[in-house]
Design a protein around this ligand. Structure first.
Ligand code: SF4
Length: 250
């Protein structure tokens, strides 16, 4: 698998677990607020950012005594052709695995679930479904069962029904997100969950603080994040729709 970044020990990537974090290059979105900007365009990822899989696995082997989990993030992990094989190797080594995804490849998410290759899935929800293009800077239309928004919805359903630990995440960015469109997103998430005959009380949604650092769109470097008080107010309102809505990074 292509590896463009490797953090040997993290206490925050998977709260409650000591984990290593692997970053893959390339993403099919161009979120302007993305703070892994140098990983998004695969052809622009520097060769100096490249790690050999064999060496990373050898290093993980040495860390097994105190690192219990490995998170695979990016970029977009589900675009990697051999993600399943790589996760399978990590499982054989005895690690718990977490995959962070934008949910555009439900067929890969499904494969990971069926083959029990991941113990936790963190899926980004960029904003209300009608305006996904605004949040991702790529065409997101769907016709019938084809297209990005169909795929995102499909991934929500697969993940929520999987029995695997999961969370949905939204980075809240002034100028892109406000109370109104976040309420719309909350209703859309709830609709997907309820349609699956699942309890909305079991749906975990994190609102993440935006950090104006290393953004894909340099204009976002000057955007001032919402205050703690403003995010708490938004969170309280969203909890009326999705009770387990919480803040992160505030
Ligand atoms: S925020 Fe995530 S989905 Fe968006 S461009 Fe960055 S890596 Fe891709």
């Amino acid at each position: 698998m292509e590896i463009a970044g490797y953090i040997k020990t993290s206490l925050i990537e998977w709260p409650g677990k000591i984990s290593s974090v692997i970053f893959v290059p390339g993403c099919n979105f161009r979120c302007p607020f993305c703070h892994n900007a140098d990983l998004v365009v695969r052809s622009k990822v520097s060769k100096f950012q490249s790690f050999k899989e064999k060496e990373v696995l050898a290093d993980l082997e040495k860390r097994k005594k105190w690192v219990e989990a490995v998170a695979v993030t990016g970029g977009e992990p589900t675009l990697q052709a051999d993600l399943s094989r790589f996760l399978s190797r990590l499982k054989q080594m005895g690690f718990l695995t977490m995959v962070e995804s934008n949910g555009t490849k439900p067929e890969i998410i499904n494969e990971l679930i069926i083959k029990k290759l991941t113990d936790y899935i963190a899926m980004d929800l960029k904003g209300d479904f009608e305006n996904y293009e605004k949040y991702t800077n790529v065409k997101c239309l769907s016709t019938g069962k084809v297209g990005t928004m169909y795929n995102v919805r499909e991934s929500i359903e697969l993940i929520a029904k999987s029995g695997v630990g999961y969370e949905f995440r939204t980075t809240v960015v002034p100028g892109l997100h406000d109370m109104e469109n976040l309420i719309e997103l909350a209703k859309q998430i709830k609709k997907e969950i309820v349609n699956c005959k699942l309890k909305i009380e079991n749906c975990h949604w994190f609102l993440q603080q935006f950090r104006p650092v290393n953004c894909f769109d340099k204009k976002y470097l000057t955007i001032k994040p919402y205050s703690k008080q403003a995010l708490e107010k938004i969170c309280r309102n969203l909890q009326k729709i999705i009770p387990q809505t919480n803040l992160r990074g505030v």
